[in-house]
Structures are given as structure tokens and as C-alpha cells.
Design a binder for this molecule. Structure first.
Ligand code: SAH
Ligand code: SF4
Length: 347
């Protein structure tokens, strides 16, 4: 008989499994608490259960874990974790310390199908969706490894397009908020702009923050660098943002990868101000991180600063995102999982 992976079960599935074993329902709660909050890696580690009960459970169940294949620490404190999945695919997660925050950037897919031209993950295409527990397990595993430090924020900005793996990502978000008890306010989901899913997200998922990888101010340029724009052009994307429910003082983050002579002109900055009218927003300017064979270049610092200044004069909060973890290839567009699967992160 194949053993049941307790980590892969939803709350309801775990409850029925516990019932089938003839155990009282509070055992399900205990198990969830030990897996998600106490980071138990095996049934044996759930010491709140008697030895007999642990043995009984182990006859038909186990707890799966991502395999930590590698860990690198950058000079600036950024850390990169390489994980192996049950089918031997690999993904990466990146931990970024920043003042009082400790943010974990997690992956939602192995590879990505969206094919953005400036992005390494896109070059490989999609290998597969991550299951919801594989998404969550990145947080559990890193949390356990870095104790006593604690992760304060989660960003879905690693490998993959989260909204293209909608159901599993939504399920993962519920597990992160309900089982791990991380507030949705501390979670940000970044998307290249799958409009129907942006509209569906607030109906199905906890109220997490939204980030949009905008990256261009005209359909012509966006069509060229992000093929998703041909299906959901700028106007539709920004209208979806206008409809996105935001509680007071919350804003949508717009990520803008700056590509030399492609989207970095003062005209772009002015157009960006107009595009964002009526949307509570902040802009993260991310100077392009070049990689071997990339067609694009990073603009000079002065060009980035000018762009920022125009936005600020237009009353838009605009931050320039320093590339973190460059020495260990952990900055945006630089992650490269061992089996040549690059991922990215941007903060
Ligand atoms: N697929 C989602 C989540 C990944 S976030 C999305 O695209 O939003 C990854 C971020 O890194 C995106 O904002 C993307 O625009 C940015 N990015 C990709 N390649 C980059 C590179 N080479 N340099 C800088 N930023 C890059
Ligand atoms: Fe996928 Fe995002 Fe990269 Fe585009 S930028 S290819 S959506 S990971």
C-alpha cells in the first residue's frame, strides 16, 4: 500500500484520513500545527503524539520534505536555497534580509511558459506546476533551517507565473495564512498580467498584496518584451488593477525592469505617470540584470535616476531596487538551479 503524504493533504482530507483511522478529530489539528508551525519533518518528530500513535500513523502515512540540495550565502546577506522535488526537478528560493524584514522569495512553477524576452526562466519554458505543498514547503524548510531567525514576509517572485498555476497557488496561500498563520498583508504575489486571474484572485484567495510586472508603457514595446501583452494589453491590465480591491493605505506594486534604449526614456516615465492615474500604486525600478547571451543591457545609473525623478515629480512613489546577492547569482534573472533551471527574483 502506498503511504499517504500528510503534507500533501488539505485540511478536509486530513480530517477524513484521521477519521478513517478511528482517531478523534482534534488529532488533525495537532498534526497541522506540528507540520506548519513547528516544522516537523517526520511523524516521529510530532512528540505531542504518543509513541504508539506515531507508530500507528507511520504504518499508513509519512511527511514529505523538499530536499535541500544547496545553500549559498551572499556577501550582502542574501541566501539562496536549492531544493530537489520528488521527481528530481529543482527549484530555488531566496532569503533577503532588509533592515527589520526577512523576506523569502518563493517559486510557483518549475520554469515558466510566459516567455518574456528579458527573463532567463522564460527561456526554458514550463517544466511543470508546483503542487500547493511544494510551494508552502519552501517556507517550512527555510524557516526550519534558519532558526531562530524568523521569516517576516513572503513574495511569490521566484520561478514561474503564479497565476498560471492558479488553483495550487490559491491553495498554498490559504495554507500559508491559515496553517502557518502568516498575515496576507505580509505576502505579495507578482504576475506578468493574466487579467482574468487577477480579477478572480480576490474572490478566491486571502487578501494578499499584488505586484504587476509592467515593464513597458506602450503596447508596442510590451508586446515585444512580454508576449502575454498580446492577449491582455495594457489597457485591460490596468483596468483589472483599478478593479482590484485594496484596503485603505494598500497599494499595487508595479515592477519595471529597466532595459537600455527599450523602455528607459523620459517619455516612458511620463507615460507611466498617466497609465497609473487612479491606481494607488508604487513603482519598483529594477535595472536589468544581464546574463550570458542576453540581448538587453542595463541602463546607466544616471538614466535610472532621471526616470525615478520624473516619477517622483509626478507624485508616484518610485524606488530603485538594488540587485541583491549578485555574487551568488541570486539577483533578478540570475538564479540558476543546478540542473540549469534558472529562476529569478526581484525585490
Ligand atoms: N512571473 C511573475 C513572477 C516572477 S517575478 C512575474 O513576472 O511577475 C520576477 C520579476 O523579475 C519580474 O518582475 C520580472 O519582470 C523581473 N525580471 C526578470 N528577468 C529580469 C532580469 N534579467 N533583470 C531584472 N529583472 C528581471
Ligand atoms: Fe515568467 Fe515572470 Fe519570467 Fe515572464 S518575467 S518569463 S512571467 S517568470
Amino acid at each position: 500500500m502506498k503511504k499517504i503524504d500528510l503534507k500533501a493533504l488539505s485540511k478536509q482530507e486530513l480530517e477524513s484520513f484521521i477519521k478513517e483511522l478511528g482517531l478523534p478529530s482534534f488529532r488533525a489539528k495537532q498534526i497541522l500545527h506540528w507540520i506548519y508551525e513547528k516544522h516537523a519533518r517526520s511523524i516521529q518528530e510530532i512528540t505531542e503524539l504518543s509513541k504508539d500513535l506515531r507508530e500507528k500513523l507511520s504504518e499508513s502515512a509519512y511527511i514529505s520534505n523538499l530536499e535541500l540540495l544547496g545553500r549559498q550565502v551572499s556577501e550582502d546577506g542574501t541566501e539562496k536555497f536549492l531544493f530537489g522535488l520528488e521527481d528530481a526537478e529543482t527549484i530555488e528560493s531566496v532569503l533577503i534580509p532588509d533592515e527589520d524584514r526577512l523576506t523569502l522569495c518563493i517559486s510557483s512553477q518549475v520554469g515558466c511558459a510566459m516567455d518574456c524576452r528579458f527573463c532567463l526562466t522564460g527561456k526554458l519554458g514550463l517544466k511543470r506546476n508546483l503542487k500547493s505543498h511544494e510551494i508552502v514547503d519552501q517556507i517550512i524548510s527555510v524557516s526550519k533551517t534558519i532558526k531562530p531567525r524568523q521569516i517576516t514576509n513572503i513574495v511569490l517572485m521566484g520561478m514561474g507565473e503564479p497565476l498560471a498555476n492558479f488553483d495550487n497557488v490559491v491553495d498554498a496561500l490559504w495554507r500559508i495564512t491559515e496553517f502557518m498563520k502568516i498575515s496576507p498583508r505580509r505576502i505579495t504575489l507578482s504576475t506578468s498580467g493574466i487579467v482574468p486571474k487577477i480579477l478572480e484572485l480576490p474572490k478566491k484567495a486571502p487578501a494578499v498584496n499584488l505586484a504587476i510586472s509592467l515593464n513597458a508603457t506602450t503596447d508596442e514595446v510590451r508586446d515585444y518584451i512580454m508576449p502575454i501583452n498580446k492577449t491582455y494589453p495594457l489597457k485591460e491590465l490596468l483596468n483589472a488593477c483599478r478593479k482590484f480591491p485594496l484596503s485603505p493605505r494598500r497599494r499595487i506594486t508595479f515592477e519595471y525592469v529597466m532595459l537600455k534604449n527599450v523602455n528607459d526614456t523620459p517619455e516612458d516615465a511620463k507615460r507611466l505617470i498617466n497609465l497609473l492615474k487612479g491606481i494607488p500604486s508604487k513603482v519598483n525600478l529594477i535595472p536589468f540584470n544581464p546574463y550570458e547571451g542576453s540581448k538587453f543591457e542595463r541602463p546607466e545609473d544616471a538614466r535610472v535616476l532621471d526616470f525615478q525623478e520624473i516619477l517622483i515629480k509626478g507624485h508616484i512613489t518610485a524606488l530603485i531596487r538594488k540587485s541583491k546577492g549578485q555574487d551568488i547569482l541570486a539577483a533578478c534573472g540570475q538564479l540558476k538551479a543546478r540542473y540549469s533551471l534558472p529562476g529569478l527574483l526581484c525585490l
